[in-house]
Design a protein around this ligand. Sequence first.
Ligand code: ADP
Ligand code: MG
Length: 244
Amino acid sequence: MPEAKLSLRSVHKSFGGNHVLRGIDMDVATGEMICLIGASGSGKSTLLRCINQLEPIDDGSVWLDGQDISEPGLDLGPVRRRIGIVFQSYNLFPHMSALENVVLAPRRVLQEDGDALNARAEALFDRFGLAQHMRKYPDQLSGGQQQRVAVIRALAMRPEIMLFDEITAALDPELVGEVLNVLRQLRAEGMTMLLATHEMGFARELADRVCFMDGGVIVEEGPPGQIFSDPKVARTQAFLRTVL
Ligand code: ADP
Ligand code: MG
């Protein structure tokens, strides 16, 4: 049984005849931040979705605190509460305030009480510098603010691991920084995180480890200083030439 917080063992995933993940092995320690980089179509999103079991895997296993969470028939509700995910499209409910968006799932799923939950949610808005916006509706917020609310909404479920799938990719360039700052803060607070990202500068600054994916495998991984300055594998070198 793996001892890491999160472990993947020989994970395979196909969509029809398209073999998208071709044997992924990974160990993530508590508090570690891992950046997944790679060209579009290399399997980054699929990997994240297979981690929190939004997609069933075809072969291999995914372990969370020593428990096989990819076992068929397992109740996935608890797993998805423990592993939060934020996507490129933030999908807040437009008819609810930011605060109402954030308390919705904890109220329904964690069955938390109104006042205590509101206080906890307000503290989250405060912690991420959005207290003055929590009564606003999504259309009154910038894209960057909406994405920060989406992160807060995921954090409100008290996840142990956070997955982020290109969460700045849809934002205007001037709004990217405020969302990356939220990730910086989470990193500093010790959250265990996996990020698929095109923000190479950010990966370089904050990742403990960078994994370069190509064709559904992790071709090369290492500390950002090594991956970005001294990639060993030709495919990594070629990819980095196109993005750096
Ligand atoms: P990335 O996030 O690195 O761009 P993806 O994981 O989104 O890569 O996609 C990898 C491959 O899997 C692509 O060929 C894509 O078309 C395919 N794919 C992803 N999700 C699905 C799906 N739900 N159904 C069918 N094919 C999918
Ligand atoms: Mg993707």
